[in-house]
Design a protein around this ligand. Structure first.
Ligand SMILES: Nc1ncnc2c1ncn2[C@@H]1O[C@H](COP(=O)(O)OP(=O)(O)O)[C@@H](O)[C@H]1O
Ligand SMILES: [Mg+2]
Length: 227
């Protein structure tokens, strides 16, 4: 059975794509067959160096099959990149995602920020959702309405990942306590993350011993250790 997991946030630029990539490679490390799908941000192809490749935009425009837009990374993870989506879409994301059912254990949907029609469609596809927040209180608060929206559309909330954390900025954790939610993972600010993307690799591969890599592995083991 394939599990679809949305990775979303209330605000942009907080680390969704970073989380999707590194969690994906961590899950692969522990033996899961993983596909990471860029749901319209176009940064997945930049981070992994897949610029000239076909992608989800071609699939939705009816120009290619999802198989033709799926790349097997040298480290084994399957990746579906995307450029911006054409307006004259011939296929829906849900249809495209049905076409990869059964081909992986886990499909990570590198999703959107905020709650609009794209988020609605992603939640209607996803079995589960992970919410990414920055280290600031505003960012943590902005995921709360999204959690309710996800659950009302059928995605079970796995919890919140606090990203870019530094010890001097504990306020997001305090504000989560206010909502009765403890984070699934706290990923530190780590300059090896942008450095690794400059080499078109996840930090988990390029700097496997770094603190952020170890946190992503812990996150992967939290839910998916035994299948
Ligand atoms: N924990 C971190 N430490 C340092 N830089 C990070 C961290 N997480 C993300 N970044 C950087 O922040 C930027 C935005 O991250 P990204 O994953 O693209 O956010 P989003 O997908 O939510 O827009 C990227 O340049 C990425 O390299
Ligand atoms: Mg992104």
């Amino acid at each position: 059975m394939t599990k679809y997991i949305a990775i979303v946030s209330g605000k942009g630029g907080v680390g969704k794509t970073t989380t999707a990539i590194n969690l994906g490679f961590a899950l692969s490390r522990i033996g899961r067959d993983v596909t990471i799908v860029d749901c319209f941000s176009s940064s997945l192809k930049d981070y992994l160096g897949l610029n000239s490749k076909k992608g989800l935009h071609d699939v939705l425009a009816g120009r290619s099959s999802i198989g033709e837009a799926t790349y097997v990374h040298p480290y084994g993870v399957k990746v579906v990149p995307s450029h911006k989506i054409d307006l004259d879409q011939k296929k829906s994301l849900s249809q495209a995602m049905l076409d990869i059912y059964g081909k992986s254990d886990i499909v990570l949907l590198d999703g959107v920020s905020g709650f609009g029609s794209d988020a609605r469609e992603i939640f209607s596809i996803a079995d589960e959702a992970i919410f990414v927040s920055g280290p600031d209180e505003m960012s943590a608060k902005s995921v709360m309405p999204l959690i309710n929206a996800a659950e009302s559309l059928g995605s079970v909330s796995l919890g919140i990942v606090i990203n870019n954390h530094s010890n001097s900025r504990l306020r997001s954790l305090d504000s989560l306590k206010f909502y009765g939610k403890s984070p699934l993972a706290v990923i530190p600010y780590d300059r090896n993350i942008p450095r690794s993307f400059s080499a078109n690799l996840p930090v988990l591969i390029h700097y496997p011993g770094s603190k952020s890599s170890l946190e992503y592995l812990k996150l992967a083991n939290l839910f998916w250790k035994n299948g």
